[in-house]
Ligand binder design. Structure first.
Ligand code: PLP
Length: 393
């Protein structure tokens, strides 16, 4: 199935650019230039060089022998947890900051919920010597103090969003307002395949290095570029989009998304958008989102900060609606158990986001010759306190 953004920024029924008039010139500047910049030879060279020498790419494709024995199939882990800063997010922030420089921008803004995208942005701003402001809900700042301090150590100013519920959506509003007021010198780095067109497509292109590598790495190991399954967790959907990108058109490759079900989809404390969401507009694009009858965004819940988002990217809404990908959801309890299991079987403590993807191994009946690639989006160092609090290990 062809999964591709059209000229207006849609994947099927989802996407587009639902933005205030005042933001139109900024987004239009980006839309007109992003493809030619990404295809420019000089850009590609600089991007590839930084991915190699700074991020540590290619990340290994690791054959997980003990995990494979447990699930009676062949499981490979794509080790995005070994990226500098501990997750895949930096692939995108490097791409966007190089693009911002080519657009002549001197300043960067971003918004962050749990702080992970803020840290990935602060990192590349330090790397490039660019001024950086990250908006963060006041409540999130209190909950995620270590990430706030990381950003500050890296030289970023963290500005509290004090309106509304003082969380991610308020930080997003403040960042948008900032961008409207500073269109000429500032680029807004969005952290997942969400936001108005062209962000979802642009971020997917930067993350597509994940499946580009899987193809040749799998060829070296299995003699074929194509696995039977690719599995990834979905918050906004960027690590999944990167791991799926070069397989969209190949219907022999099953694409599997795992969303966070929190305490359970029937409890009202969940973040499983495809189960609980309806079409609507969030963060500048038409997609599926969790909302009340009268269209108010519902606060999501997950033990994992990176999956605690009320929507999904438009491409994932389309993958869901078209049936191209299968969607599962994993509760806090299931994910924590899966995280401990991976630690014990392979000596890898995963990010709790990535542990959600591991839960799919319990839910799918594989045959013994299937080749399964699971995108391990991040490492568990940042989640140590959550593991300790959970306690059952
Ligand atoms: C942020 C994050 C995610 C969720 O974001 P996506 O855009 O869905 O990839 C998943 N895993 C880790 C480790 C993260 O930091």
């Amino acid at each position: 199935m062809k999964i591709e953004v059209d000229k207006r920024g849609y994947y099927g029924n989802f996407g587009g650019a639902y933005i205030p008039e005042m933001l139109y010139p900024n987004v239009e500047e980006l839309r007109q230039n992003y493809i030619s910049i990404i295809h420019d030879e000089g850009f590609k060279k600089e991007f590839d060089q930084l991915l190699k020498t700074y991020v540590g790419r290619p990340t290994p494709l690791y054959y997980a022998k003990r995990l494979s024995e447990k699930y009676k199939t062949k499981i490979y882990l794509k080790r995005e947890d070994l990226c500098h800063t501990g997750a895949h997010k930096v692939n995108n922030t490097i791409g966007q900051i190089l693009l911002a420089r080519r657009l002549g921008k001197q300043k960067i803004i971003a918004e962050t919920g749990a702080g992970q995208h803020g840290v990935a942005t602060a990192t590349v701003c330090a790397l490039m010597g660019m001024e950086c402001i990250v908006y963060m809900g006041e409540i999130d700042m209190a909950r995620q103090k270590p990430n706030v301090e990381r950003m500050r150590i890296l030289g970023t100013e963290v500005r509290p969003a004090k309106s509304g519920s003082k969380t991610l959506k308020d930080a997003t509003n403040e960042a948008m307002r900032h961008w409207i007021n500073n269109p000429v010198d500032t680029h807004y780095i969005i952290g997942s395949v969400v936001g108005p067109h062209p962000y979802p497509d642009m971020v997917a292109r930067f993350q597509s290095v994940i499946s580009e590598e899987i193809k040749w790495q799998l060829k070296d190991n299995e003699g074929t570029e194509d696995p039977d399954y690719v599995i990834a967790c979905v918050g906004g959907g960027s690590n999944a989009a990167g791991a799926f990108y070069h397989y969209y058109d190949n219907d022999n490759v099953n694409l599997v998304c795992v969303e966070a079900a929190g305490h359970g989809n029937e409890t009202g404390e969940s973040a499983a958008t495809t189960v609980l969401g309806k079409p609507g507009v969030l963060h500048g694009s038409k997609t599926l989102l969790m909302q009340t009858e009268d269209g108010q965004v519902v606060e999501p819940y997950s033990i994992s900060a990176g999956l605690d988002y009320p929507g999904i990217g438009p491409v994932h809404a389309h993958l869901f609606e078209s049936g191209r990908a299968d969607f599962y959801s994993a509760t806090d309890e299931e994910a924590m158990k899966a995280g401990i299991l991976l630690s014990r079987l392979e000596g890898i403590i995963p990010a709790i986001e990535s542990a959600h993807a591991l839960v799919a191994l319990e839910k799918i009946m594989f045959s013994k010759d299937d080749v399964v690639v699971l995108n391990l989006s991040g490492r568990g160092d940042k989640d140590l306190e959550t593991y300790i609090k959970w306690g059952k290990y």
